[in-house]
Design a protein around this ligand. Sequence first.
Ligand code: G3H
Ligand code: 13P
Ligand code: ZN
Length: 309
Amino acid sequence: MPLITSKELFKRAYEENFAIGAFNVNNMEIIQGIVEAAKEERSPLILQVSAGARKYANPIYLKKLVEAAVEDSGLPIVLHLDHGDSFEICKQCVDDGFTSVMIDASHLPFEENIALTKQVVDYAHDRGVVVEAELGRLAGIEDAVNVDAKDATFTDPEQAAEFVERTGVDSLAVAIGTSHGAYKFKGEPSLDFERLEAIAKLLPGFPLVLHGASSVPAEYVELCNKYGADIPGAKGVPEEMLRKATTMGVCKINIDTDLRLAMTAAIRKRLVEDPSTFDPRHYIGDGRAAIKEIVRHKIVNVLGSNNYI
Ligand code: G3H
Ligand code: 13P
Ligand code: ZN
């Protein structure tokens, strides 16, 4: 099976109240860990590549690794550009064979966001590629840009409906209180489910996307810290909130930070406990195993995308 778009996946996810995990990938072991878990749980996947990942790994390597994953696993896999910030990067990815791109013009005024998103939609749709856009602005860190909480804005439901109608976009990332990175909430975690419900009501059948959806499991943070890291006060989105979102039109859930924490905890542990090793396969292999474990947990206990095939 070749790379696919998310069209069919989202249709089924919407109807059956589950979500597809969109996991950020930066190297071979991260891809392998994710794909091994999905293969065992018979789950489809969205593997997403940020501008930072393209710069780190060289896009051609990531593309070929993802193609290898498709061939090896036989799973339905979408190759997605995460947070494309210009027409040019989206065009590049469409031309490179990505099956899905995100144009993130959420920092622009409404009309400019519409115009840029529409430009990407026109180009991508002509070539069979689907497009995600964002309306409203999340707080947190993405591509080394730190969006301060005071600059974050929640998605307006009426604007969301108008945005989808005028752009013809295939899915929409909404801001309801999640944020990128490991420090999502100062106090008690809370998401604006009333807002999500209002958006979903105005967009029946339409797939919504949650970015910044890592749960930041305490055990991984503690493990990192036990083995020499200093990550105080990290707090993520409780898993029950994510499960609830999957019943309210959210069909794609983005997870990166949890993978970073899981991999880092395992590598730190190995390097401390086995100080004589200098074989990268030992510690990066442990990192890969930790990615597999957390992705399996997400698929089965949070997303509900297991037994899809
Ligand atoms: O939303 C951002 C993702 O976590 C990707 O992070 O831009 O550092 O690759 P990155
Ligand atoms: P987290 O930082 O919560 O993992 O979010 C990742 C994300 O939204 C990637 O686009
Ligand atoms: Zn994101």
